[in-house]
Write a protein that binds this ligand. Sequence first.
Ligand code: CP
Ligand code: NVA
Length: 314
Amino acid sequence: VVSLAGRDVLCLQDFTREEIETILKTAEMMKIWNKIGKPHRVLEGKTLAMIFQKPSTRTRISFEVGIYQLGGYGLYLNAQDLQLRRGETIADTARVLSRYVDGIMARVYAHKDVEDLAKYASVPVINGLSDFSHPCQALADYQTILEKKGRIAGLKIVYVGDGNNVAHSLMIAGTKLGANVVVATPEGYEPDPKVVKWAEQNAAESGGSFELLHDPVKAVKDADVIYTDVWASMGQEAEAEERRKIFMPFQVNRDLVKHAKPDYIFMHCLPAHRGEEVTDDVVDSPNSVVFDEAENRLHAQKALMALVMGGIKV
Ligand code: CP
Ligand code: NVA
């Protein structure tokens, strides 16, 4: 039996394979309960504070709807409207919020901000995207892969594009779960070397593999999954034009996906920048699972909240 009660969720590297599999199993259960209309108010009366330093569609809505479906309440807090803007520290904010709420979810620029929240809060802190990682996204991604492919271990999962937060979490979880993860980026836009090292270590333990390439065609050869994300993340707007030129050879388009397995699935955390990192014919093709993936944010995060904020043991 695995218990995650009280745990912070900043980066999936802090979790064992068994713990990640427990979250995925719970997510599957949450989805079934949701679909058959079985009440599952396992966080009755609990409150989640949701701090946002950046915009969001999926993260905000799936957390807010998710905590509501679990019988709790989600409090949307724009960081600009908090005293944080006038210099109250993250540490003091964390201490104060801990006196009111049962969990904190935060979307921040600097990863250190979620680490500081977790350090000073006495309630669980969930990372809703930082410049370093996007653990909730990766949980929904692997739930989706499992649904579509029936397994994760042994699959060739290829990320093409910027070595960013989304790439980091996909690499970490995939290599823990025994997948063969390949990342192809332009030179100079590789994932953080620390994450590459983790991915290699994880793969050695799980029986999976990790490879970092600069050739998108070679990378996607016989892929089961092709994944991409925006070329200029939130906070990198000033680099957008320069990045457009550098990343164009990494666009996921009809020509590139021809090299994958015929039954490959296309994934993207969304929002998609159509005509940039992906073309319409790919994102709208029958191989694309992007909206199932977006839906699974709800189920995966409900599982996560139930496990860390509640007493569910699986
Ligand atoms: N994928 C994702 O996190 O989307 P939002 O930015 O809309 O939350
Ligand atoms: N890499 C993107 C993901 C958005 C969900 C960003 O950080 O803006």
